[in-house]
Design a protein around this ligand. Structure first.
Ligand code: PGA
Length: 259
């Protein structure tokens, strides 16, 4: 964490919690994080719960994100949801290019960059995910992968430095209980920031780079203590309001100390 960037803790609920139970979890998250004034917090429920959760969180400190979007505003795209629809639901953010979308639904870097551009153009803040597979790490390709994955979307990020967020999520650490060491996370985050600095120092300084992959209350402080780790994208632990609030609490404590 660094004093110039306000940390963000984002909870990705994936395909868990429909409307009623989503509202309950959102209310509990808001309650447990309401004193945290040095960290931003958001939750990403499934599409069908977006509007209800946004309504539940109205006037509270916790923001809402969608987990995906279609780059077009409307049209014959069965099963898809657009940026204007997401905004209308009350969400202000969108997660794009999560490794599950890339691996299970064939989302390419081109698709990710189109979605990032569409989100930003409509006023929906993008959280673009990148990260290497276990095989790529074992082959020593980690830094190359996180170098080329953002190539297309960083141009959009550069138009509005600090608006878009990058989430570094090593695929081998997602939902596996295997977490990157603090050194591994910092090494990759620093490399990503260096790449952003080649575009502009302002972009590098303002862009939040979140870590994701088996973040829990018990390991958050170590990861967030690294200079280039500006927050977390949390999956499993985000389904437990207590554990999620503990992660946000770790960010709050570190951030408050820096201010
Ligand atoms: P995890 O998921 O925290 O369950 O590893 C992270 C993510 O997929 O964003």
């Amino acid at each position: 964490m660094n004093r110039t960037r306000r940390p963000l803790i984002a909870g990705n609920w994936k395909m868990n919690h429909g409307g009623a139970s989503a509202c309950g979890l959102a209310a509990e998250v808001a309650k447990r994080t309401r004193e945290f004034d040095a960290v931003d917090v958001l939750v990403a429920p499934p599409f069908t719960a977006l509007a209800a959760v946004a309504h539940e969180l109205d006037g509270k400190r916790v923001d809402v994100a969608a987990q995906n979007l279609h780059p077009k505003d409307n049209g014959a795209f069965t099963g898809e949801v657009s940026a204007p629809m997401i905004l209308e639901s009350g969400a202000k953010w969108v997660i794009i290019g999560h490794s599950e979308r890339r691996q299970l639904f064939g989302e390419s870097d081109v698709a990710v960059s189109e979605k990032v551009a569409a989100a930003q153009a409509k006023g929906l803040r993008p959280i673009a995910c990148i990260g290497e597979t276990l095989q790529q790490r074992e082959q020593g390709k980690t830094l190359a992968v996180v170098g080329w994955q953002p190539e297309r979307f960083v141009k959009t990020f550069a138009e509005k430095p600090g608006y878009g967020v990058i989430a570094y999520e090593p695929v081998w650490a997602i939902g596996t209980g295997r977490v990157a060491t603090t050194e591994q996370a910092q090494e990759v985050h620093a490399a990503i920031r260096e790449r952003l600095a080649q575009i502009s120092p302002e972009l590098a300084e303002k862009t939040l780079i979140l870590y994701g992959g088996s973040v829990k209350g018990s390991n958050a402080a170590g990861l967030l203590g690294e200079a280039d780790v500006d927050g977390a994208l949390v999956g499993g632990a985000a389904l437990d309001a207590g554990d999620f609030a503990a992660i946000a609490g770790a960010a709050q404590a570190l951030s408050a100390k820096l201010r």
